[in-house]
Design a protein around this ligand. Structure first.
Ligand code: PLP
Length: 411
C-alpha cells in the first residue's frame, strides 16, 4: 500500500515538471563550484558576500574546534550554551541595534519557535502571500488563524486588521522576499502594526549583511528600529556564510522565547565553532563594506545587460534577480541549457513560488567577476525565446500591458 502510494506520488511529481534533483557539489562554495563532473559558474548560492569559504572565517572555525571540540553536547538550557554562543548573541544584538539576540539552529526553526510561542488558538497571524514557507508553516503549527494578504499590499493588510477579531495579532513578513528579491513595505507594515496593536515580525534572511546602513538589513534601510520592528529574525547561512539563525528584540521578548520557544528549548545548540566562525564573518560584514558595494555593482551590470537583450527581470535591487519563465518544464529546460553552457542556475518551481510563475533565480555574490556576469548574459541571450521568459514579455505587452506575475503560462 505505502509502496504503491510512494510510486504514484513520485510519478505525479514528475508529470507536473516538479521533480527536484540534487547536484552533488565537490569542494567549497564560491563563484565557481565543481559539480556534475565539471567546473560551473555558480549563480544560485546565497553566499552574497563571499564569506562561506573566506580564509578568516574558516580559520576561526578551525581554531574554535581546537578550543570547544566538534559538538555543543546539549541544548542551550542544559549545558550546551558556551561562551562562543553568548558572545555571538551579544554581538548580533549590538549589530542589529536590539536589546538582545537569541541563537537558533536554523532560520526555519527560529520562525517556527517564535510564532508558535507568541500565538495560538484564537490569535491571528497576517502574512504576505509570498512569505517564506517557514513563516507559513509556523502559523499553522501555532494553531493561529492564518490570514494571507496579497504581496506587499499594505492597504489590504490594513483592511484585514480592521475587521480582525483575534485576541492577539501578529504580522509576519520577509524583509527581502526570497524568491522575488523585492522589499516588503516596512514603514507601512510598522505603521499598521502600531495603529492596530499588532506585533510586527520581520524575517530578514536575505537583507541582513547585504542591504541597509552597515549591512544592518531592510529595517535599517527604512530607518526603522526595535520599536517599529519588535521581532527581527536573521539567518547566518546566507550573507554570513556559516549556519544558524537568530531572533533579536527586547530583553523581555528574548527571555520569553528562552522559556517558551519549543524549537529553542528542545534541540541541541549549534556547534560552538559555528558561533566562533560567525563572529569572524560578522566582523567582515562590518569592516568590509566593499563587499556590499561590489554585489550591488554586479547586480546593476546584470540588470543593464538584461535590459539590452530584452530579458524581463522582476523589480529588485537586491542580489536576488529572478526571470519568470512561467511554465515548470520551460524553467527546468532553461536551467539545463545554462548548465550545458557552464552556468549553475536554479529553476524555482511551485510550491516554492505560485503556480504559473516558475522562474530562473539568479543570485550574485561579491566574488563574481564582471566577465562571469557578462558570460551569463551571453548565455541567456542564446536561450530559445520560449524558455527564456522573453516571449512572455512580448505576449504581455501585446495583450493587457502588465498582468500580475501569476498570470503566466500554466502547466
Ligand atoms: C532561508 C530562509 C529561511 C530559513 O533559514 P535556514 O537557516 O536556512 O533554515 C527562513 N526565512 C527566509 C526568508 C529564508 O530565505
Amino acid at each position: 500500500m505505502w509502496r504503491n502510494w510512494l510510486h504514484g506520488q513520485l510519478d505525479e511529481i514528475e508529470k507536473q515538471g516538479l521533480y527536484r534533483r540534487r547536484k552533488v557539489v565537490e569542494g567549497p562554495q564560491g563563484p565557481e563550484v565543481n559539480a556534475e563532473g565539471r567546473r560551473l559558474v555558480n549563480f544560485c548560492s546565497n553566499d552574497y558576500l563571499g564569506l562561506a569559504n573566506h580564509p578568516v572565517v574558516a580559520y576561526a572555525f578551525r581554531q574554535a574546534i581546537g578550543r570547544y571540540g566538534a559538538g555543543a553536547g546539549a541544548a542551550h538550557l542544559v549545558c550546551g550554551h558556551t561562551r562562543a554562543h553568548h558572545a555571538l548573541e551579544e554581538e548580533l544584538a549590538e549589530f542589529t541595534g536590539r536589546e538582545r539576540a537569541l541563537l537558533f539552529s536554523t532560520g526555519y526553526m527560529a520562525n517556527l519557535g517564535v510564532i508558535s510561542a507568541l500565538t495560538g488558538r484564537g490569535d491571528e497571524v497576517f502574512e504576505d502571500r509570498l512569505n517564506h514557507a517557514s513563516l507559513l508553516d509556523a502559523a499553522l503549527l501555532a494553531g493561529a488563524r492564518l490570514k494571507r494578504y496579497p504581496h506587499c499590499d499594505s492597504a489590504a493588510l490594513k483592511r484585514e486588521l480592521d475587521v480582525s477579531g483575534g485576541k492577539r495579532r501578529l504580522i509576519a513578513s520577509d524583509g527581502v522576499f526570497s524568491m522575488d528579491g523585492d522589499l516588503a513595505p516596512l514603514p507601512a507594515l510598522a505603521a499598521s502594526a502600531m495603529q492596530r496593536g499588532a506585533l510586527l515580525m520581520i524575517d530578514d534572511a536575505h537583507g541582513l549583511g547585504v542591504i541597509g546602513e552597515g549591512g544592518r538589513g531592510s529595517s535599517a534601510l527604512f530607518g526603522l528600529a526595535q520599536d517599529d520592528v519588535p521581532v527581527l529574525v536573521g539567518t547566518l547561512g546566507k550573507a554570513f556564510g556559516t549556519f544558524g539563525a537568530f531572533v533579536a528584540g527586547s530583553a523581555d521578548l528574548i527571555e520569553f522565547l528562552i522559556q517558551r520557544a519549543r524549537t529553542y528549548v528542545y534541540t541541541t545548540a549549534l556547534p560552538p565553532a559555528v558561533a566562533e566562525a560567525t563572529r569572524a564573518s560578522l566582523r567582515l560584514v562590518r569592516e568590509e563594506p566593499w563587499r556590499r558595494d561590489r554585489v550591488s555593482f554586479l547586480v546593476q551590470r546584470f540588470r543593464t545587460g538584461a535590459a539590452r537583450i530584452g530579458l524581463q527581470l522582476l523589480e529588485s535591487d537586491t542580489p536576488i534577480q529572478p526571470v519568470v519563465v512561467g511554465d515548470n518544464r520551460s524553467a527546468v529546460r532553461a536551467s539545463e541549457v545554462l548548465l550545458a553552457a557552464g552556468f549553475l542556475v536554479a529553476a524555482i518551481r511551485p510550491p516554492t513560488v505560485p503556480v504559473g510563475t516558475a522562474r530562473l533565480r539568479f543570485t550574485f555574490t561579491a566574488r563574481h567577476t564582471e566577465a562571469q556576469v557578462d558570460g551569463l548574459l551571453e548565455a541567456l541571450d542564446g536561450l530559445p525565446p520560449e524558455i527564456s521568459g522573453r516571449d512572455r514579455l512580448e505576449n504581455r505587452s501585446a495583450s493587457t500591458g502588465t498582468p500580475p506575475i501569476s498570470a503566466g503560462v500554466s502547466g
